[in-house]
Design a protein around this ligand. Structure first.
Ligand code: HEM
Length: 144
């Protein structure tokens, strides 16, 4: 399962990068008139897809990782509590926000759609940053 952990770990950077580019792009476009045919690239959708892939890898890890261990007193152990509850719960909130934001944006006019993407993806990004087991959080995880 080492390869899965490394893929899940490395994919975080692509997820973060895509989220940041999507947010910047939505911010930039919300103040511009829409020119049909321009900006055909559906960044919010790409981000949603890659995020979902990362989520699925996470679900597989959830059932295979030794860090997910609901033994007695696991709530008192910060590492076990993090991977048993906090990590996936925060990512679940983030993925729901991304889906709601994306679906809403498709039903709105262009400018309101960009504003919706900006807001939902920005909040999701904050939650993802909180939910990542960064090395400095002391759970023994690396940067890649
Ligand atoms: C979608 C956004 C997610 C991101 C950005 C993310 C990111 C990460 C990162 C950076 C690690 C540390 C890997 C390492 O270097 O050891 C990790 C570990 C882990 N993640 Fe996620 N994760 C996400 C979603 C999920 C979800 C939804 C679940 C569970 C349902 C999950 C379950 C796990 C588990 C169990 C580990 C520990 C793996 C191990 O070391 O044994 N992740 N995640």
């Amino acid at each position: 399962m080492n390869i899965l952990i490394h893929t899940h770990s490395g994919l975080r950077w692509i997820v973060l990068l895509l989220m940041i580019i999507t947010i910047f792009n939505a911010y930039r476009l919300q103040n511009k008139p829409h020119i049909p045919g321009k900006n055909k690239m559906n960044l919010p959708l790409y981000t949603l897809v890659v995020f979902s892939l990362q989520f699925i890898l996470g679900v597989i890890l959830f059932f295979t990782s030794s860090l997910v261990n609901f033994s007695e007193g696991f709530m008192k152990n910060p590492g076990l509590r993090f991977f048993g509850i906090e990590h996936w719960l925060l990512m679940l909130i983030a993925i729901v926000l991304i889906h709601i934001g994306y679906i809403r944006s498709t039903r709105l006019d262009y400018v309101k759609g960009q504003k919706t993407i900006f807001l939902y993806y920005l909040i999701a990004l904050m939650i993802v940053l909180l939910g990542i087991p960064w090395p400095f959080r002391g759970f023994g995880n690396g940067w890649f």
